[in-house]
Design a protein around this ligand. Structure first.
Ligand code: SF4
Length: 415
């Protein structure tokens, strides 16, 4: 590997980390103040934004320890057979970068992942050393998110959890055949085994801390994972079902969905085109329905097209479900329980909470509901309110075009 300075390494290893969706970067045009003109820069290499467990948006240094890897996952730009420029930080270089960015107020934490070098254990040791040194040598109190390596020794993975706020293990693909085809060196059993160990450690430590305040913390922000969408033949129904299983079995905080993006010199087994970004968006909406709207995984999957297993792209999954199960509507906003109100298209959790509060004092009319939602037209066919009953509207064969968002041509030269 050629000798590179830290700035060159940062350029390579921050760029290589951008494919990980577990914390998303914001994009903008490139500007900087090099050359003495102006102040500030939008090129903070490797700085991305993520949401902390308390809901704050924080900036993280998002980098790989190295983009060299002994594995050959077809979808990955860093795979062994990829012809990319390689670089590798030492653990101490990552520590020094994190501290210097932190002291300059560029970042509030670190997101560290890595290709696998020499062996999973060796790589994990390096990742743990970064977190250990930050916490113990520098008393770093900022946020740390570590990617862990499923095949690494359990003790090393546990050490990662002692230093990190959040740990994640990528499940990569939603089906076993997909994983076997595209990441032949990875094993679904080992990945899920590592997630199970992580869950056990998180639960045990949380229990211990209830009894002894001195018990160490372990990944207090929990564990998360990422699934690649559109690199294999898995349908949206497969993906939603897999996500629900992961949430249930391993108490994950988040499943991230990353639309596969074609990489330079891609393997021939990969599709030539990326899936529509709207597909990724619909999967996040489906995930939201399971986590915040009390939909059972089977209900969300039922919103998919029965023949293709794919979510519609033109309408959101909640509306697709409502149009399919019209016998569940209309819902009386003055009497229905919370779980039924949450199923009304156009009513979010906040609006439902407001309805529940307001109806204790008076009966709500359509106008009252309209003030709580962006589109009263979307809500009308699905509710009964004081003075409003949709009569035949709910069952109309042409209801979808009446409630679907209208396509708009954006103005090219709008002010
Ligand atoms: S193990 Fe990770 S870094 Fe290595 S090729 Fe597979 S996805 Fe890429």
């Amino acid at each position: 590997m050629a000798q590179l300075d830290v700035r060159e390494k940062l350029g390579i290893l921050a760029d290589a980390a951008k494919y990980d969706a577990s914390c998303a970067s914001s994009g903008t045009t490139k500007r900087n103040s090099a050359g003495g003109k102006g102040i500030g820069s939008t090129e903070g290499m490797g700085i991305c934004h993520a949401y902390a467990p308390d809901g704050r948006c924080i900036s993280l240094l998002k980098i790989l320890l190295t983009n060299s890897c002994i594995f050959d996952c077809h979808y990955c730009i860093n795979r062994k057979s990829s012809n990319v420029r390689r670089a590798r930080f030492t653990a101490q270089e990552v520590v020094a970068l994190t501290m210097s960015f932190y002291k300059r107020n560029y970042i509030e934490g670190l997101f560290l992942s890595s290709g696998i070098i020499r062996s999973p254990d060796y790589t994990m040791e390096q990742i743990v050393e970064v977190a250990r040194s930050l916490r113990e040598d520098h008393q770093f109190r900022g946020y740390i998110h570590l990617k862990t390596i499923p095949d690494a020794d359990l003790e090393l993975v546990r050490l990662a959890g002692l230093h990190a706020d959040r740990v994640s293990i990528n499940v990569e693909l939603p089906t076993v055949p997909g994983l076997t085809r595209l990441a032949p060196e990875k094993s679904a059993t080992r990945i899920e085994g590592a997630m199970r160990d992580m869950k056990t450690a998180i639960v045990d430590t949380a229990d211990a801390r209830k009894r002894y305040r001195s018990a160490p913390r372990f990944a207090p922000a929990g564990q998360s994972t990422q699934m690649i969408v559109g690199a294999d033949a898995a349908t949206d129904r497969d993906i939603v079902t897999k996500a629900a299983t992961l949430y249930h079995r391993f108490s994950l905080r988040r499943v991230y969905y990353s639309a596969f993006s074609p990489i330079p010199e891609a393997s021939a087994v990969l599709p030539l085109q990326r899936p529509p970004l709207m597909r990724e968006h619909r999967l996040y909406q489906s995930d939201w329905l399971m986590r915040f709207y009390d939909y059972a995984p089977g209900e969300v999957a039922a919103a998919a097209d029965p023949a293709t297993g794919m979510m519609p792209l033109d309408i959101d999954p909640k509306l697709a479900w409502a149009l399919k199960f019209r016998e569940r509507f209309p819902v009386d906003v003055n009497r229905a329980p919370r779980e039924d109100l949450l199923r009304v298209p156009g009513l979010g959790v906040k609006a439902v909470n407001s309805i529940l509060k307001a109806r204790k004092w008076r009966r709500l009319a359509l106008d009252d509901v309209g003030r709580l939602t962006v589109s009263v037209a979307k809500v009308r066919p699905f509710i009964v309110a004081e003075g409003w009953r949709p009569v035949m509207l709910t069952d109309r064969a042409d209801l979808k075009p009446l409630v679907a968002p209208k396509r708009e041509q954006l103005e090219l030269f709008a002010a």
